[in-house]
Design a protein around this ligand. Structure first.
Ligand SMILES: [Zn+2]
Length: 315
């Protein structure tokens, strides 16, 4: 979830690759919203003053289900779309980027969070704090690697397009249709359409230009409540030299979902390979419309967290 910058920059890399092969007939803003994948729902109505039923469950369900089924659902939505085809196509293109990076990165990040908690046991009490700390550090590192920029010069909100041309409503319409196809869930378009805006609003509060909020607000509060670094694990650090977050030393690590699967790849290598995989999946997806190759074939149904075929936790 804190990997908003990484997902954004990753999508830009994939888009330029697609453009070179002549595949750019989709709405780019919708694709950038799609690039945040189901993560937009983690922020749905979570700020305490926002009324309405929070739908964070949607974020969890989509991450934990079968990717093949999910993309079949997207294909179904797209095949019946007449009015906003380029926009819906853009959303699905972006979503493929999100999925490709999630599945490539998660086994490493789960391994790294274990390792980091051994190396720095006093940092947190919950695994998720280490998970967020690693993803936040990777945001800083990927931004520097891809653009040469410092995180302190980057507005987090610029990673997610603002609402224009009714795009947030299109996202609501798309999920209303998709969630009914996948789970028989009936959630009103208007309620679903709030997700991207809620995420953008949360990013405003997480933006840590100058690190003022981190220094002045979060750290002292955390000390006070003795909860360990929770809020600050969501903030992007300026200095990432305190640990080898990207495995630049090429230590051997294994996929927690299958300990026999070992690798010495750095995060950068995983990222670069996933760019190629995302572009391939999107190219095959477009060629499969309206009803060609199955999504099982295109995604191998590799789980969002496990990267293994058919391995995910259905909820
Ligand atoms: Zn995700």
């Amino acid at each position: 979830m804190p990997a908003v910058v990484t997902h954004y920059l990753f999508a830009l890399r994939v888009f330029s690759r697609l453009k070179k092969s002549g595949l750019d007939d989709f709405d780019r803003d919708m694709a950038l919203i799609g690039a945040q994948g189901p993560d937009i729902f983690f922020f749905h109505r979570v700020l305490p003053w926002k009324p309405g039923d929070s739908q964070t469950i949607v974020g969890r369900k989509l991450h934990r289900g079968s990717p093949a089924r999910l993309f079949e659902g997207f294909r179904g939505v797209l095949n019946t779309e007449r009015l906003q085809y380029k926009e819906v196509m853009g959303y699905v293109v972006g979503f493929f980027c999100h999925y490709a990076l999630d599945r490539a990165a998660h086994p490493y990040i789960y391994w790294a969070q274990e390792k980091l908690s051994e190396d720095d046991p006093d940092y947190g009490t919950k695994p998720i704090q280490y998970h967020f700390r690693i993803e936040s550090a990777l945001d800083t590192m990927i931004l520097r690697r891809e653009t040469g920029r410092l995180i302190s010069s980057f507005h987090l909100m610029s990673a997610l397009p603002r609402d224009s041309g009714g795009r947030y409503r299109m996202v609501g319409r798309l999920y209303n249709d998709l969630l009914f196809r996948l789970y028989g869930m009936r959630i009103p378009v208007e309620l679903l359409a709030l997700a991207p805006g809620d995420m953008r609003h949360a990013l405003f509060f997480l933006n840590d230009r100058g690190m003022l909020r981190q220094r002045l607000l979060f750290r002292p509060i955390e000390k006070l409540v003795r909860k360990g670094h929770f809020a600050s694990s969501l903030m992007r650090p300026q200095d990432t030299s305190d640990w080898d977050y990207a495995n630049e030393a090429h230590k051997e690590w294994s996929n927690p979902y299958d300990s026999l699967q070992k690798s010495t790849d750095s995060f950068y290598r995983l990222y670069d390979d996933a760019v190629a995989e995302a572009a391939d999946m999107i190219t095959e997806f477009v060629a499969s419309l309206p009803m060609g190759k199955s999504m099982q074939e295109i995604t191998q149904d590799r789980g969002f967290s496990s990267d293994l075929p058919g391995v995910y936790d259905e909820v």
